[in-house]
Design a protein around this ligand. Structure first.
Ligand SMILES: Cc1cc2nc3c(=O)[nH]c(=O)nc-3n(C[C@H](O)[C@H](O)[C@H](O)COP(=O)(O)O)c2cc1C
Length: 178
């Protein structure tokens, strides 16, 4: 199977938790993205990058995309972690939004549902998410018709929502071991 490294960027801890679980199951090295020198990726046969979703973009994934040419022939995996529930449409949207068709050939992508912890967000993200909350409240006031996901999201402002499950990483582990 060779050597595996898990590199991640996480703002409030959900990606970090998945990255730690994956590294544990695969006996892989684990690094926060700011601590990794791209040249060090050459020491590994499998490179896994994890980042959270911010407006459909995967944070920190440019680190991997910029160095993709040097990773030809290696197994390259990206996982993204957001608050939204997983479905086929979301997967397609995330892949086309984040990767060119050439990058899609080289990268195997997975989505792992994370959660939402408003209190832990940095101030700028808090401000953005407050705007989003007002948008939801406005929708509630005008249409009186929120989707179950909208309702879940509004609840998550009051208490953190955590959808992480260790079993969610099984697909990634199986793919690495295949
Ligand atoms: C400004 C902002 C934008 C976000 N955009 C998305 C999004 O487009 N899709 C999604 O599913 N989650 C979105 N989220 C939720 C985060 O991706 C989610 O909370 C994730 O689990 C955070 O993981 P982390 O704590 O490891 O960074 C957003 C959160 C913030 C603060």
């Amino acid at each position: 199977m060779g050597k595996t490294v898990v590199v991640y960027r996480s703002k409030t801890g959900f990606v970090k938790k998945y990255a730690e679980w994956i590294a544990e199951d695969l006996s892989a090295d684990l690094f926060e993205v700011s601590k990794v020198n791209p040249a060090a990726l050459q020491n590994y046969d499998t490179i896994i990058y994890g980042g959270s979703l911010y407006a459909t973009g995967i944070i920190g994934v440019d680190f991997l995309k910029k160095n993709l040419d040097q990773l030809m022939g290696k197994k390259v995996i990206v996982f993204a972690c957001g608050a939204s529930p997983s479905n086929e449409d979301l997967l397609t949207e995330l892949i086309t939004h984040n990767f060119t068709s050439d990058q899609q050939k080289q990268i195997k992508f997975f989505y792992l549902r994370g959660g939402f912890d408003y209190k832990k967000l940095p101030p700028f993200d808090k401000a953005l998410m407050t705007l989003f909350k007002w948008k939801l409240l406005l929708k509630k006031g005008i249409t009186k018709n929120l989707t179950p996901d909208d309702v879940g999201m509004l609840d998550a402002y009051k208490k953190p929502a955590d959808f992480t499950r260790r079993s969610n990483i099984e697909e990634i582990i199986a793919y690495v071991n295949s």
